[in-house]
Design a protein around this ligand. Structure first.
Ligand SMILES: [Fe+2]
Length: 148
């Protein structure tokens, strides 16, 4: 009985032992970012250490804008990063934009030099979350699904 109690405390204090579907993790050594497409492992490891779970920011505070802006257009939505166009330079750019629904993820991968935006054929009512990843400033998502 005492052993079970100790195990429960370790899990609570240690945190991060539960890996959930769709979470993003980053290696703080090499910069690898992975997305969980099937939750099974108790932890993700890269370069010999546990990867850090990325938590999405929702409010811009600096000069550069990251929060995705969503515009609806017929049977599609257009996602722009952000309210002022984010740089798409070789060393600083938006790597991808994702639209999450109840049962799928739509993803647009981006490269330096491209516009930081993407068009997704989806009804706005099906959108559960809109998020993007900046290679320097991390993960960002819109508040209230980002759909106006
Ligand atoms: Fe950035």
């Amino acid at each position: 009985m005492d052993v079970e109690l100790v195990i429960i405390i370790i899990i609570f204090v240690g945190g991060g032992f539960v890996i959930n579907l769709r979470e993003l993790y980053k290696c703080e050594i090499c910069g690898n970012v992975v997305e969980v497409v099937y939750a099974g492992a108790p932890a993700l490891v890269c370069c010999g250490q546990k990867m850090k779970k990325l938590e999405a920011f929702t409010e811009d505070i600096g000069k550069e804008k990251h929060v995705p802006v969503v515009e609806t257009s017929g049977d599609s939505i257009k996602v722009k990063v952000g309210s002022i166009e984010h740089p798409m330079e070789e060393k600083h750019y938006i790597a991808f934009i994702e639209v999450l629904t109840e049962d799928c993820i739509l993803k647009k991968e981006l490269k330096p030099g491209e516009k930081p935006e993407a068009l997704f054929r989806i009804q706005k009512g099906d959108v559960k979350e809109v998020r993007e990843y900046c290679n320097i400033h991390g993960l960002w998502k819109s508040k209230n699904k980002g759909v106006r």
